[in-house]
Design a binder for this molecule. Structure first.
Ligand SMILES: Cc1cc2nc3c(=O)[nH]c(=O)nc-3n(C[C@H](O)[C@H](O)[C@H](O)COP(=O)(O)OP(=O)(O)OC[C@H]3O[C@@H](n4cnc5c(N)ncnc54)[C@H](O)[C@@H]3O)c2cc1C
Length: 491
């Protein structure tokens, strides 16, 4: 055995790094082991396309990060993190050539929607007022360990005082929009945000998720770390090292070791690291089916895993453009995040999410150019050619912005296998650590009966987005795992 730590964290994604920070803050000796050459998981940037451009390799916009009490409490601004905002938060390209725009100022969002349909402006402001009474407590409860007793009670109390909103939280996004708005612009603006998780707009839970993303975006924006997503990771790493934690990259953990009492360390090739506790920022099936000896996995977890469902695969395209996007009908105010297509369409690739990153943060590429990306989903297990999907996405952009293709200096296509090769948690191109549908949420995540960071093996905690409350960069699964580990250590 080499070394002996209070805790080893497997994986330096945002959740692993949050977990490690909280362990180090509590005075525990902690080592993070990361397989890739650089830390960050799906929060990294690179200049592979062009030396003058910074592209976020995976995730880009962090509304949940900015609203998350977990990340806020870490004070990452003191470790070099600064946020940048686009002039408009989000723009959904409408089929008639116009735009539905989300702003940080609700009056501005409402004024835009009023222009699409008389009455939608007031309806938007009414929805915003109702959300403001309930949303913050709801978000806090969602990001707290499950069951969120105190914060859940606060959220229920606020909800009881806002009866007009409660039914909409239970409705699919389609029903919520139909009940309140007349324009296609409002429908697309809200339901496009349900597309940030793998929730069909007619599925239960999609209304609540659409509201959560849209209203959080309106309150805190869709901010990006100045200089690239990597800057968020760098701040987490700097803070960890300052608190006494250690990080080693290029080390793949292939076994979580157990003795008669529970987890006692990890093995990476021939190296063994002893630790009292192991916090795993890995996909749930990888933890239970690959890293653990099957004999120590509780039967109910083994059975539950048979029904574990990944979210869909993803094809991501990055472009270095030698000019800005030549929109045929430019949005009145430039949005950072873009939605193209109709999430109520028939196929998985109907909605395209995209980002104008230099518009959002001028440090991403030279003035007058654009570091751009887009992604769309494909079925899990899909065996097609990602380049064809990329061509299709680019053709859709070309229709909205004739001359787009002529501005491309360099393009990169990352299909499901490429994403997984750069971060094994992105299995089959899934980006959420498992589906976000209700059947795999709360007490059902990752398998029925868990719902907490405790893995079923003493001393081992699931710290990744496979655990409640799931995908997105907010740090909650990592924080929940650290809190559980610290609670058990004290006992
Ligand atoms: C293309 C894409 C776009 C996205 N866009 C957004 C967005 O705009 N906003 C947002 O909030 N979220 C977004 N997400 C989701 C978000 O990035 C993830 O939910 C988040 O990164 C999950 O964090 P994590 O720490 O659980 O896992 P990850 O970030 O996946 O990190 C896991 C880490 O563990 C390492 N690891 C795994 N197994 C081992 C092992 N055996 N040994 C050593 N190391 C191991 C991996 O290499 C990786 O570094 C996006 C994701 C993708 C892929």
């Amino acid at each position: 055995m080499t070394g002996a730590y209070d805790a080893v964290v497997v994986g330096a994604g945002p959740n692993g790094l949050v977990a490690a920070n909280l362990m180090a803050d509590a005075g525990r000796s902690v080592l993070v082991l990361e397989e890739q050459p650089t830390p960050g998981g799906a929060v990294r940037s690179d200049s592979e396309l062009h030396p003058d451009f910074v592209h976020d390799t995976f995730s880009a916009f962090y509304p949940l990060g900015a609203a998350s009490p977990v990340l806020r409490d870490l004070g990452l601004e003191q470790h070099g993190l600064t946020w940048a905002h686009a002039p408009a938060v989000l723009g959904h390209a409408l089929p008639d050539g116009g735009w539905a725009l989300l702003h940080r100022d609700p009056e501005r969002t409402a004024a835009g929607l009023e222009g699409h349909h008389a009455g939608d402006g007031d309806a938007w402001l009414a929805l915003t007022r109702q959300w403001d009474r309930v949303g913050p407590a709801l978000l806090d409860a969602l990001l707290a360990p499950f069951p969120p007793v105190r914060r859940g009670a606060a959220a229920l109390r606020d909800l009881a005082r806002t009866p007009a909103l409660a039914p909409d939280l239970l409705r699919p996004a389609t029903g919520l929009v139909r009940r309140r708005f007349g324009s296609q612009a409002a429908r697309l603006l809200l339901s496009g945000n349900a597309g940030h998780a793998d929730l069909p707009v007619d599925a239960l839970g999609s209304g609540a998720f659409a509201l959560l993303m849209t209203m959080t975006g309106q309150r805190v924006g869709f901010p990006v770390p100045t200089g690239g997503a990597q800057a968020l990771t760098d701040a987490l790493v700097r803070r960890l090292l300052a608190a006494g934690g250690e990080l080693r990259c290029g080390v793949r953990v292939d076994r979580v070791l157990t003795d008669g009492r529970g987890a006692c360390g990890v093995r990476a090739g021939r190296e063994v690291v002893a630790a009292d506790q192991v916090l795993a920022d890995v996909l749930a099936p990888a933890l239970y089916e690959e890293l653990l000896d099957p004999a120590v996995v509780p039967r109910r977890v083994r059975l539950g895993l048979r029904r574990f469902e990944l979210d869909p695969g993803t094809v991501k395209v990055d472009w270095a453009l030698d000019g800005t996007v030549p929109w045929e009908v430019p949005p009145e105010v430039a949005p950072g995040c873009l939605h193209l297509g109709d999430p109520a369409g028939s196929g998985q690739g109907d909605l395209v999410l995209a980002g104008q990153m230099t518009t959002t943060d001028p440090r991403r590429s030279p003035a007058g150019t654009e570091a751009m990306w887009a992604y769309t989903h494909v079925p899990q297990g899909w065996g097609g050619d990602p380049r064809e999907v990329a061509d299709d996405v680019q053709a859709r952009l070309e229709r909205l912005a004739p001359g787009f293709g002529a501005r491309v200096l360099a393009r990169r296509v990352l299909g499901p296998a490429d994403l997984e090769a750069r971060d094994r948690n992105l299995r089959g191109g899934s980006i959420g650590g498992g589906t976000a549908r209700l059947r795999q949420q709360l007490v059902l995540r990752p398998v029925p009966g868990l719902g907490r960071a405790e893995s079923g093996v003493p001393g081992l905690y699931l710290a990744s987005s496979s655990a409640h409350p799931g995908g997105g960069v907010h740090g909650a699964p990592g924080a929940n795992a650290a809190r559980a580990a610290l609670w058990h250590a004290r006992r």
